[in-house]
Design a protein around this ligand. Structure first.
Ligand code: BGP
Length: 492
């Protein structure tokens, strides 16, 4: 097996602020949409908690999109309820343990660490007149700790943690006012961390704005026009941020980030193939705009058929054209199936179960060939450098006599690293790096569960927040350390 990764390949690990930091109301941080989300499970959706300030009535709403409909009553606003448990409030307590955690990442030999900055740590309400110095100081300390070990920070500016005030006061990303507020937030980041951060990404899984409206866009509306407007506003915001970043430091590399939800046609029926083509547009649209700098014609046709009218400004399309990204970051976990005839056994995003794939307890199939297909699809469509910034195997790991034997995760990562090797050496893909998701155990985004673990480092905490938060190296820690030290050659 000829394994050859580029000498400067960025082996890393990934987390997100609202899933790892905790300290949800410390250091003058404001609330985010993540802070009002309860814990769910594979069968029970997470809920948005709310209160009506006039009547003092409180309640729970589904989180929307694939997870029920948002039904926050008129006059009520999302709010943290006394006595409720919220996975993001303490999370994995990185806010207090970041030195210990980064030292562990350095022991694993990571070349880079993909993380996100919480907008509400920098501007607690998203629209504050001045930035929060304590928030800036926290991230300076984190980046200094990374650089102390030669670890390159790869930073996402927004990762499912819209400041809650922007949801309540502005209605979230369907409101064009968020463009300017976001660009002002990015200006502080790019200026403040000019000499510490070389790689940025704008919106995490920007294509989820049409399926994770509350988490990704801070919206409680679920109509197609709101989705389309939120996507457009994020395109303009991202494009302005790209141009701004280059004006502050021409050396930075700034990317978009999508969830690559590859879907195979269920049969060789041409109707299923057509369905697969249409399904691919749910993510291709977002990279088409941010890599080509124009809306694809199929999207205008779709908006015409749906009667969607965007709220546009003269300069929008010029800015989008001038704000194309340097690289494409994407998440890949599994692949799905789509069929012209909808099946009753569809599991949300990914469609019916693929009989050719083994799945984890959450029904996500293990498909490393799908990763190679995704890499080829993206590279051959855009010919821009790619970065796998999320990939991993969620599993309810068990501690047995102080050890965690996660051979299943080692096997998953080995298969996907071999697929990356093929894409690089057989298909000629330009792949910058690989940051497996949740390198330190963090709460699941979809379910809020702690037991859906992805890390090479175990965190002692259960689904209801009980535990010591102590860190334990899993078997995959030493395995990944050897993989990195051998630049991908030592995988067995
Ligand atoms: C992606 C998110 C990550 C992470 C991942 C795993 O969509 O970008 O934040 O959560 O999904 O999903 P989950 O945490 O639900 O297992």
């Amino acid at each position: 097996m000829n394994i050859k990764f580029p000498d400067n390949f960025l082996w890393g690990g990934a987390t997100a602020a609202c899933q790892i930091e905790g300290g949800y109301n410390e250091g003058k941080k404001g609330l985010t949409v993540a802070d009002v989300l309860t814990v769910g499970s594979h069968t029970e959706t997470r809920k948005i908690t709310w209160r009506n300030p006039k009547t003092n009535q409180t309640g729970y709403s589904d989180v929307g999109a694939f997870w029920g409909k948002i039904n926050i009553p008129e006059g009520a606003v999302p709010e943290v309820l006394e006595g409720e448990y919220y996975p993001s409030h303490v999370a994995s307590d990185f806010y207090h343990r970041y030195k210990e955690d980064i030292a562990l990442l350095a022991q694993m030999g990571l070349k880079c660490y993909r993380m996100s900055i919480s907008w509400a740590r920098i501007y607690p309400n998203g629209d504050d007149a001045m930035p929060n110095e304590e928030g800036l100081a926290f991230y300076h300390a984190v980046f200094d700790e990374c650089r102390k070990y030669g670890i390159e920070p790869i930073v996402t500016t927004a990762h499912y943690d819209v400041p809650l005030n922007l949801c309540i006061k502005y209605g979230g990303w369907k409101n064009r006012e968020l463009i300017e507020l976001y660009v002002r937030y990015c200006e502080i980041l790019f200026t403040e961390f000019k000499d510490k951060v070389k790689y940025w990404m704008t919106f995490n899984e920007i294509n989820s704005v049409i399926v994770e409206n509350f988490k990704a866009a801070g919206m409680t509306e679920e109509d197609s026009t709101s989705y389309a407007q939120a996507a457009h506003n994020q395109f303009v915001a991202s494009a302005r941020a790209v141009k701004l970043s280059k004006s502050i430091n021409p050396e930075v590399k700034i990317g978009c980030m999508i969830a690559y939800t590859l879907s195979y046609p269920k049969t060789c029926n041409p109707k299923d193939q057509l369905e697969s083509l249409l399904k691919a547009r749910t993510y291709n649209f977002f990279t088409d705009v941010q890599c080509d700098g124009v809306y694809p014609s199929y999207k205008w046709k779709e908006y015409e058929q749906k009667g969607i009218q965007l709220e546009l400004e003269e300069s929008d399309f010029q800015e989008i054209k001038e704000g194309c990204v340097d690289f494409i970051g994407f998440s890949y976990y599994t692949s799905g199936i789509c069929a012209a005839k909808k099946e009753e056994d569809e599991i949300g995003l990914m469609g019916p179960v693929n009989p050719y794939l083994k799945t984890n307890a959450w029904g996500w199939g293990i498909d490393s060939d799908g990763l190679r297909i995704s890499l080829c699809n993206l590279y051959e469509r855009y010919r821009k450098p790619l970065f796998i910034v999320e990939n991993g195997y969620g599993y309810a790991d068990e501690v047995v006599e102080g050890k965690i034997h996660d051979d299943y995760r080692i096997d998953y990562m080995r298969q996907h690293i071999l697929a990356m090797n093929d894409a690089i050496n057989l298909d000629g893909v330009d792949l910058l790096g690989y940051t497996p998701w949740g390198c330190i155990d963090i709460s699941s985004l979809g379910t809020g569960e702690m037991k859906k673990r992805y890390g090479m480092i175990y965190v002692e905490k259960d689904d209801l927040g009980n535990g010591t938060l102590n860190r334990i190296k899993k078997d995959s820690f030493d395995w990944y350390k050897k993989c990195i030290a051998s630049n991908g050659k030592e995988l067995y």
